[in-house]
Each structure stands twice: as structure tokens, then as C-alpha cells.
Design a protein around this ligand. Structure first.
Ligand code: FAD
Length: 370
């Protein structure tokens, strides 16, 4: 019997979890290692913060999904891969032997050199921490009325978190005072029309924008920026981009330019063909891919097919990432979203309804949500 070990039950492994019975029927074993019994879908994370969704709406019961299909679920974190011995080492020192291993351990927000976040400061990942952030914003709104929120980072995550932090305070009856601080320009790597729509939405709600503000340091209740500006806050969010999970690096595996596990067109490590990977923790050798869930989701069928192929001794298939003009939908937290596809950029409630419908369908399709 060959043993497939899944390190991380992220977005790229969901189809494999559903396919466990087929692998078992062929005589293989499947073990999935994940720190949480549920995996949270990032696309709906800002909506969770804003009060649109509850945790169960936006998460997959991965422990149950594995166990119900006859696989073995291990609650824990993978800390190292001993590729020579084909063992995955976990946080508690235990280890699992594998014939085929796949990494989908995602990414994390760099903390700007901080060892630990001050109180009432959250990074936008892990998404599950936004549950606690929402409760705290609601509590502050009830206790103080006026709540100053700083969001640091001017990419899509910063945009969505700022709009939805505003919504969380507003819904709880408080007066939100939200400021988004961006190192460069808000949504600087996108077409100017996206920024225009975001700025307009912010202006309508009094969300302040501080551009050209590079974070220097964070202390309880205060952020300092390289341009001399200071921001005082009751709660803050760090949305400073992401870096791949350190698992491949800490294991001495080949890395790509982004610091993720280097994989080839079959999503496998060139030096260790029994190691695969998907999602934010990899660098796709053939061409760079944005760190978006879209690609992790597209990798599902190829990973699921390739595990079965390699376990059965058949050749793997190639991953075609498809167009990078993927549909973008940013939840602004006021019942509207920004839509971008094929050069069309617009904002409104219809775009938010479309986002909600697509996200809920995705959740149902992979056995999650309510
Ligand atoms: C606020 C926000 C909103 C976003 N919205 C969108 C969007 O609308 N559309 C989009 O395409 N992208 C979006 N993204 C980007 C998206 O989050 C990522 O590209 C996506 O999460 C990548 O999926 P993943 O499965 O690789 O990683 P993750 O979602 O990070 O999942 C990794 C999984 O691995 C587990 N794990 C971590 N470390 C270990 C370990 N050591 N051992 C075992 N398991 C581990 C984690 O618990 C988690 O379950 C958003 C990002 C953020 C921060």
C-alpha cells in the first residue's frame, strides 16, 4: 500500500479530500495534517469581518471531510520534511512516512520584523483570526462608540479589510474612524480605474487614505511611518502582502524566486518527484503566478489526478494555469464590490451579489459552508 500525505488542507487539496474513497479503493492510504479542523476560505474572510458571514459559512470541515471518507486526519503543523527518509515531521516531534507528499500550507503575512503583534492588532491571515477581530471591533463600538481602526497595506486585502472593519463598527452601532495606510498608492499595481472606485467608496464613508506611508514600527495603539506620520488606533490590521509558508525553506528543498517550493509543470518538486505542492506555498517554475486563491483552486484537479497517477505508477499530467486576466471581485464592505474582467471595471451592488453567489457556490462545491 502506498501512502499519500497531505501537509495542509488548503484550497488546492480540497478536491483530493473529496477523492479519498477512490484512492482507498485502489489500496492506497491517505493522511491529512492540518492545524485546524476547519479550513477558512480567504475570499469570504473580509465579509466575515464585516458581519456578512459567520465562521461556518466560510469554512470547510476538513477533519470531518477526511474522516468520513476513510482517511486519517492528524491535527498538527508540519515543521520539516526529511526528503531523504521520506518523512514529514510535525510540531510535536512525531513524524509520518510517505510515498507521495503534497504541500498546501499557504502563506503568511510578514510582520515587518515584529516578533509578536501588539494587543488589538491582527494580520489578515490566518483568516480564522478575523472572527476574534470582529468581536473585538463590536465590543469597542459598544464600549467607546468611536473606534479608530488603522489598516496597513494598500493591496486588495487592505482595501477589503478597511471597508469591512468600517462595516463591523458601523453595524455594532459605533462610529468608525478608519484609516488605510499604503506604502505606495492604493491598488498601485492595478488599472487606475480600480483605485478611483475604491477611493470614491472610501470618501463616501469617511475612510481616510494615507499613501506613501511605509510602516516603521508598531506599538500598542500606535503605528509610525517612514514619512514621519503617526497613527493612533484602537485596533489595527496588517495587510503587508504575503510570503510562502516556511516549510520548504526550513526543509532545504529547492525554492523558487518567491521563496516557495519550486515545482515544475506537473506541480512537483524537480529534485524530489514524490513531492508535490499547490497554492501560495509554491513557486510555479514555468511562470510566476499571483498569490491568489484562483490558482490554488485551478490546481485542484491536476493535483488530485497526479496523486492517483503517481501512486498507481502512471505519468502525471501538466498544470495549465490559464489566463491571468482572472475575474477580480473586491468586497468593499458597504454592500458593493469592485468587478474587473477583460478590461471592464465597475462597482456596485450587483457585483457584490455576483461575488456572494460565486463564493457560496464554491463553498458548496467542495463540501463547505452552510
Ligand atoms: C483578506 C484576503 C482576501 C483574499 N481574497 C481573495 C479572493 O477573493 N480571491 C482570491 O483568489 N484570492 C484571495 N486572497 C488570496 C488567497 O488568500 C490565497 O491565495 C489563498 O488563500 C491561497 O490558498 P492556499 O490554500 O495556498 O493557502 P491558505 O488559504 O493559507 O491555506 C493553507 C492551509 O494550510 C494550513 N497550514 C498552514 N501551515 C501549516 C503547516 N505547517 N502544517 C499543516 N498545515 C498548515 C492552514 O491552516 C490552512 O488551512 C485573499 C487573501 C486575503 C489575505
Amino acid at each position: 500500500m502506498a501512502h499519500l500525505v497531505l501537509a495542509g488542507a488548503g484550497h488546492a487539496h480540497l478536491m483530493t479530500l473529496l477523492a479519498i474513497p477512490g484512492l482507498l479503493a485502489r489500496g492506497h492510504g491517505v493522511t491529512c495534517v492540518s492545524p485546524g479542523e476547519r479550513h477558512f476560505y480567504s475570499g469570504m474572510g473580509p465579509g466575515l469581518l464585516g458581519g456578512l458571514y459567520d465562521p461556518d459559512d466560510i469554512s470547510f470541515p476538513v477533519a470531518r471531510m477526511v474522516a468520513e471518507r476513510g482517511g486519517r486526519f492528524v491535527r498538527g503543523a508540519a515543521v520539516r520534511i526529511d526528503a531523504a527518509a521520506r518523512r514529514l515531521v510535525l510540531h510535536d516531534g512525531s513524524s509520518l512516512s510517505y510515498d507521495v507528499l503534497s504541500l498546501n500550507t499557504g502563506s503568511r503575512v510578514p510582520l515587518g520584523g515584529l516578533a509578536q503583534l501588539p494587543p488589538d492588532v491582527w494580520s489578515v491571515k490566518p483568516i480564522e483570526r478575523l472572527v476574534e477581530a470582529r468581536s473585538r471591533l463590536e465590543e469597542l463600538a459598544r464600549k467607546r462608540g468611536r473606534v479608530a481602526v488603522a489598516v496597513i497595506g494598500g493591496g486588495p486585502a487592505g482595501l477589503e479589510i478597511a471597508g469591512n472593519a468600517w462595516a463591523a463598527v458601523h453595524r455594532a452601532g459605533g462610529i468608525p474612524r478608519v484609516t488605510l495606510a499604503a506604502k505606495g498608492r492604493l491598488l498601485g499595481r492595478f488599472a487606475p480605474r480600480l483605485r478611483e472606485l475604491a477611493v470614491r467608496s472610501f470618501a463616501r464613508r469617511g475612510i481616510a487614505l494615507a499613501e506613501g506611508a511605509r510602516l516603521l514600527d508598531l506599538a500598542p495603539g500606535r503605528a509610525r511611518f517612514a514619512n514621519g506620520r503617526e497613527l493612533w488606533f484602537d485596533a489595527a490590521f496588517l495587510a503587508l502582502g504575503v510570503e510562502p509558508s516556511p516549510l520548504a525553506r526550513d526543509s532545504g528543498l529547492p525554492l523558487g524566486p518567491g521563496g516557495g517550493l519550486l515545482v515544475d509543470a506537473h506541480l512537483r518538486c524537480p529534485d524530489h518527484p514524490e513531492i508535490f505542492g499547490g497554492g501560495d506555498c509554491i513557486d510555479f517554475g514555468p511562470r510566476p503566478l499571483d498569490k491568489v486563491g484562483v490558482y490554488a483552486v485551478r490546481q485542484n484537479p491536476v493535483l488530485a489526478a497526479n496523486f492517483a497517477a503517481v501512486l498507481d505508477g502512471r505519468p502525471p499530467t501538466r498544470f495549465d494555469p490559464g489566463s491571468d486576466d482572472y475575474l477580480l471581485l473586491f468586497n468593499l464592505g458597504d454592500g458593493t464590490a469592485i468587478f474587473r474582467k477583460r478590461g471592464v471595471v465597475l462597482a456596485g451592488s450587483l457585483a457584490m451579489r455576483l461575488k456572494d453567489a460565486i463564493d457560496r457556490r464554491f463553498m458548496r462545491g467542495f463540501g463547505g459552508g452552510n
